[in-house]
Design a protein around this ligand. Sequence first.
Ligand code: SAM
Ligand code: SF4
Length: 333
Amino acid sequence: MSALTDRFGRVHNYLRISVTDRCNLRCLYCMPEEGMQFEPAENLLTYDQIAEVVRAGASLGISKLRITGGEPLVRPGLADLVKQLSAIPGINDISLTTNGILLADQAEALREAGVNRVNISLDTLDPARFKFIARRGDLQRVLKGIEAAAKVGFAPIKLNCVLLKGVNEDEIAAFLRMAYEQPLHVRFIEYMPIGHADDNWRNHYLPLTRVLEIAQENGLNVAQIDDVKGNGPSDDYRIEGGKGSFGLIHPISDHFCKRCNRLRLTADGHIHPCLYWVDELNVKPALGDPAKLLELFGRAMDLKPQNHEMAAKLANESLSHEPTSRRMSQIGG
Ligand code: SAM
Ligand code: SF4
């Protein structure tokens, strides 16, 4: 039995690492437009410290890493971290989630350093709407980032599209067309109430059953598949005759906790066992002591809950435990 098996028999081989809580965008489902307080640089784990935590995890069975944030590409020297992580015995897959704004400049260095795959967030194909959702940056740079990712050979390239009722649901057909015409994997994601379960979420949450309805309304024949490379909890589909594929990540309308294989490391050095709940373990007191780090991973297994309760939150039911007050950008979505 793997050392990272929790009380419910789930084996953990996947660590998502937030390298910064900072970001060059302010997506409306993730951060407020103004007034974000970021961690002072001295509170972030250094790259050497991140590598130390990963070495401990790898000795217990972690083999896959995802670098995320905040926006990971705003942290200087990210390729150096990737090089360090890819040399750790047992690590065989390093992926990246980015908003794509800085990707065109960094894609090649990251690929050479050892990133295998990228997920790029893209919630709209309309430049004006991009300004409305992301509040900063511009769509053209993201599209250039996607192009650069393809050019340097990242495969598969996945696009993360958070669906928001009344904001971008009218673009589902356009994203499906993209997945039909291009060798991309479009992942539609349900809006989650992480750290700010407020009216914004209730007003804009959209269950992903809409995507399959729209595929049908547009005459697309879709078939479920299970060969998309990655560690994701998505239900994946191919469109008959198309070049790409799409996936549905529906933590609320149909949660995937039974398949959960992941732990998270926050930028300020906490192992966060479940995205939704408050529990986490500070790694800083254990740095420099491999036995203590191993023990922390064991405690994370004990803390891991059976499931989140986002659906109960939507239904205004009482919750069994306390949700985290951290934002997605602080945990590493
Ligand atoms: N900045 C990078 C990016 O946007 O790709 C990486 C960090 S971001 C927190 C990781 C992913 O979480 C993105 O795909 C983003 O769309 C998604 N995300 C952020 N807040 C979310 C929320 N409340 N519900 C669902 N997905 C969310
Ligand atoms: Fe930044 Fe990513 Fe959050 Fe958007 S989703 S604000 S790009 S961290």
